[in-house]
Design a protein around this ligand. Structure first.
Ligand SMILES: O=C(O)c1ccccc1NCC(=O)[C@H](O)[C@H](O)COP(=O)(O)O
Length: 222
């Protein structure tokens, strides 16, 4: 099975091109005003067209957004997937999925083993999970904090649960993350930046190269 790799928080055509050139399967756009990676819908629409033309899937990341905002994103940016990164309930996830007819990836914050049980209410409703680290105390951001969680926690996870591994990944640790978890999806943001919200095209290339090499070393996926 192909390893999915999402480069998140892209704001420029140069960053999109670096993701495409390195073989990213997904790119993510952040619609959250407090984030240094926030993009307006028009900018995201132009970047999404570029990403789609290059063969990547586009993911719109929102945090407890209302229907009107999601509708404007879906209409203009035409994402392939919605990533819900707030406290959206099971019913809200189902409602968003049905209203927009798009697959939904529910982000969940992980710090300890018990946090993995948070996925249970969303089974059968979310198409995929994004396991991210719990934000550090005092952070304004539910994601994009560059913090990892203990990857060993995923050893107990049911094989049938489809997820992207996220939180504090970077070109230096992605091989170990893959070896420990066997994840079939990876997501990175601040680990491929030179400053908050500023993507570094060399680090995007290095991340993708390291991830693909590690995936090949770990053997064929079924
Ligand atoms: O990245 C943000 O600024 C952000 C803000 C609000 C909600 C979600 C956000 N990011 C979502 C992502 O998918 C990030 O890639 C994920 O949290 C991992 O980030 P990092 O630890 O920096 O690689």
């Amino acid at each position: 099975m192909t390893l999915d790799i999402k480069i998140c928080g892209l704001k420029t055509p140069e960053a999109i091109d670096a993701a495409l050139d390195g073989g990213a399967t997904h790119v993510g756009f952040i619609f959250f005003l407090k984030s240094p990676r926030n993009v307006d819908v028009e900018t995201a629409a132009a970047l999404a067209r570029r990403a789609r033309a290059g063969g990547a899937k586009t993911v719109a990341v929102t945090v407890d957004a209302d229907d009107a905002f999601i509708e404007s994103i879906v209409t203009l940016a035409k994402p392939d997937m919605l990533q819900l990164h707030g406290g959206e309930s099971r019913d809200r996830v189902r409602e968003i999925r049905e209203r927009h007819g798009l697959p939904v990836m529910k982000a969940l914050a992980i710090r300890e083993a018990a946090d993995l049980a948070k996925c249970v209410p969303y089974l059968g409703v979310a198409d995929r999970f994004l396991f991210d680290a719990r934000p550090p105390d005092g952070s304004d951001l539910p994601g994009g904090n560059g913090v990892s969680f203990d990857w060993q926690l995923l050893a107990t996870l049911d094989d049938g649960i489809d997820y992207m591994l996220s939180g504090g990944l970077d070109p230096e640790n992605v091989a170990e993350a893959l070896a420990v978890t066997g994840a079939r999806g990876l997501d990175v943001s601040s680990g491929v930046e030179s400053a908050p919200g500023v993507k570094d095209i060399n680090r995007i290339a290095a991340f993708l190269k390291a991830a693909r090499a590690a995936d090949a070393r770990n053997g064929s996926r079924t």
